[in-house]
Design a protein around this ligand. Structure first.
Ligand SMILES: *Cc1c(COP(=O)(O)O)cnc(C)c1O
Length: 235
């Protein structure tokens, strides 16, 4: 018997929630401290609306254009996050409808956001993307450079740093990338010690379908879940 899209989403969501609960139990954390961000790239709005009705109120898109298209047609009051690399020439499309930008990975982008923010009188909440494993194919600031980068960004206007984001290397055995999540957590503690007014480390955006159980054990406050919720993407 085949299930409806809603039943499919519901059963996926139940299993994601149980996994988060189990990881929290292991780590002595409260499950309500871990938010599920629905990664909706390539997912059509009608399916997103069903996920919304099941409790996923916030969605992450990796492309600005896709976010713009969907935010105009989605019939629900959801919150939007940008999680993918942002070209500087797309910053002009961003405004207060974006709740959080996860992918601040270079000074040029920070400067463009600051300029845009001052133009529209908005402070952009951002996460600094950190590339722990040093993978060349992935964006992000090196862990060694992250604190200096955060301090430089904090001197710009109209940007509030809310935490860190990372993408761990893909692996069949996620236990291997535990160190990635652990070092992001430690880095957030180090940066917090600087006590800078517009730097906060309340959000650790880490963990995807394949590895979120480990990320939650290591302190993730937001997990970015695509395929484990919506099914495998077909490009
Ligand atoms: C696609 C994507 C995800 C979700 O990936 P899944 O493995 O499908 O959960 C998370 N974060 C970023 C930045 C992505 O681009």
């Amino acid at each position: 018997m085949s299930s409806t899209p809603k039943e499919f989403l519901e059963s996926n969501l139940n299993s994601i929630r149980s996994t988060i609960e189990a990881s929290c139990q292991k780590a002595g954390r409260a499950p309500c401290d871990v938010q599920i961000l629905g990664v909706s790239k390539t997912v059509e709005p009608d399916i997103m609306e069903q996920a919304f009705d099941l409790g996923i109120k916030e969605f992450g898109e990796n492309r600005v254009q896709e976010y713009l298209r969907k935010s105009d047609i989605l019939h629900r009051d959801c919150c939007w996050h940008i999680i993918g690399r942002i070209q500087t020439n797309k910053v002009k499309y961003l405004d207060s409808r974006v709740k959080l930008i996860h992918s601040l990975d270079r000074m040029e982008l920070a400067e463009a956001l600051s300029e845009r923010g001052s133009k529209i009188n908005h402070r952009f909440p951002v996460l600094i993307q950190v590339n722990v494993a040093g993978e060349e194919t992935k964006a992000g600031i090196s862990p060694q450079g992250a604190k200096d980068f955060a301090l430089r960004v904090s001197r710009l206007g109209n940007i509030d740093i809310k935490g860190l984001m990372t993408i761990a290397p893909y692996t069949e055995t996620p236990e291997e990338v535990r160190y990635v999540f652990r070092s992001i957590k430690q880095l957030s503690v180090d940066i917090m010690r600087e006590r800078v007014e517009n730097i906060n480390m309340e959000v650790l955006s880490m963990g995807m379908s394949n590895d979120f159980h480990i990320a939650v054990e290591e302190g993730a406050t937001m997990v970015r879940i695509g395929s484990a919720l919506f099914g495998e993407r077909v490009y």
